[in-house]
Write a protein that binds this ligand. Structure first.
Ligand SMILES: [Zn+2]
Length: 252
C-alpha cells in the first residue's frame, strides 16, 4: 500500500513534547488545529538526514501531514511555519514555553478539537518570541483562557450567590469559582486584594495580544499566581511542574 492510498490528514500543529522511541523513531505529542492533542510516531526522525528531525523539535509550529496507523497516528511529512527554537536559548523563556505546553497537555483531552486554545498557544509563543510580554502575566492570562475553555472559568463579573453585578469585591469563592458580593454570605472564600481582582478581571476578558499593555506589581502577581495554581491543581488529574524549576533560580 503506497502513501497515496492512505487517508492523509493535513493540519497545523505545535510540538508539545517528544520522547525517543525504538532505534531511530520519535514519539511526538502534537497539539493540532484539526484533531486537538494527539500522539504520533515520527519514523526515522532521529536520523541526521531525516526531514522529520527539525519539524519534530519541541515548540515547533508547522504544517503536518499524517495518517492513522493501526494504533497510532504516523507522521508523513512536516513543514515548519515557525520553529520557535530561539525560546530554547533563554532559560526563562524555555521554562515558560514548556509550562504552556504542559498546561495544554494536562488540561486538554486527547483527540478533542480545541481551536480557541490552539490559537492562544500560537499567539503566546509569538509574544514570547518577540519578547514584548511579562512572562508571569502571559502565563496567568493563558491559564485563564485554558480554565474558561475546559469548564473551570472564573466569574468575576457577577456575584456567584445572588447574581448581582459586581464592581469590586475582595472575596473569591473557591467553591463556585466566582466573586461574592458584599451582601452575600462568605463561605469557602479566598481574600483577594482590589488590585489583584482588577488585574484578574482584565486578563480574564482580554485577548492575549493586550497582555503586554499592563504592568502588575509583584505582590498582586503572587496573589493571582496562588489563586490560579490552586484552581489548576484541584481540577485536573496532574499538577503542572515546569515552573517549579524557576523557584530554585529566582531571587526575590
Ligand atoms: Zn451576592
Amino acid at each position: 500500500m503506497g502513501v497515496q492510498d492512505l487517508n492523509l490528514i493535513k493540519t497545523r500543529g505545535v510540538v508539545l513534547k517528544t520522547q525517543d522511541y525504538k532505534e531511530n523513531d520519535k514519539l511526538v505529542w502534537l497539539f493540532t488545529e484539526k484533531l486537538g492533542k494527539i500522539s504520533l510516531i515520527a519514523k526515522g526522525a532521529r536520523k541526521g538526514k531525516s526531514k522529520l528531525m527539525s519539524t519534530t523539535l519541541p515548540f515547533c509550529y508547522g504544517e503536518f501531514v499524517l495518517y492513522k496507523g493501526r494504533s497510532m497516528y504516523i507522521l508523513n511529512e512536516g513543514k515548519i511555519i515557525e520553529s520557535f527554537q530561539d525560546l530554547l536559548e533563554d532559560f526563562e523563556y524555555l521554562i515558560y514555553g514548556s509550562y504552556l505546553n504542559e498546561l495544554v497537555d494536562i488540561c486538554c483531552e486527547d483527540g478533542q478539537k480545541e481551536f480557541f486554545i490552539f490559537k492562544n498557544l500560537i499567539t503566546a509563543f509569538y509574544l514570547m518570541k518577540n519578547k514584548v510580554v511579562d512572562l508571569d502575566i502571559l502565563a496567568r492570562a493563558f491559564e485563564l483562557k485554558i480554565l474558561s475553555h475546559t469548564g473551570y472559568g472564573i466569574n468575576l463579573e457577577e456575584c456567584c450567590i445572588c447574581g448581582n453585578k459586581i464592581n469590586t469585591s475582595n472575596y473569591l469563592s473557591m467553591q463556585y469559582y466566582g466573586m461574592i458580593c458584599n451582601n452575600c454570605e462568605k463561605r469557602y472564600v479566598t481574600q483577594i486584594s482590589t488590585i489583584a481582582y482588577n488585574i484578574l478581571k482584565f486578563l480574564n476578558k482580554s485577548e492575549l495580544e493586550k497582555v503586554p499593555r499592563i504592568k502588575v506589581p509583584q505582590n498582586a502577581k503572587k496573589e493571582i499566581e496562588q489563586i490560579l495554581s490552586n484552581i489548576i491543581s484541584t481540577n485536573y488529574t496532574k499538577r503542572p511542574k515546569s515552573l517549579d524549576m524557576l523557584k530554585h533560580f529566582k531571587v526575590e
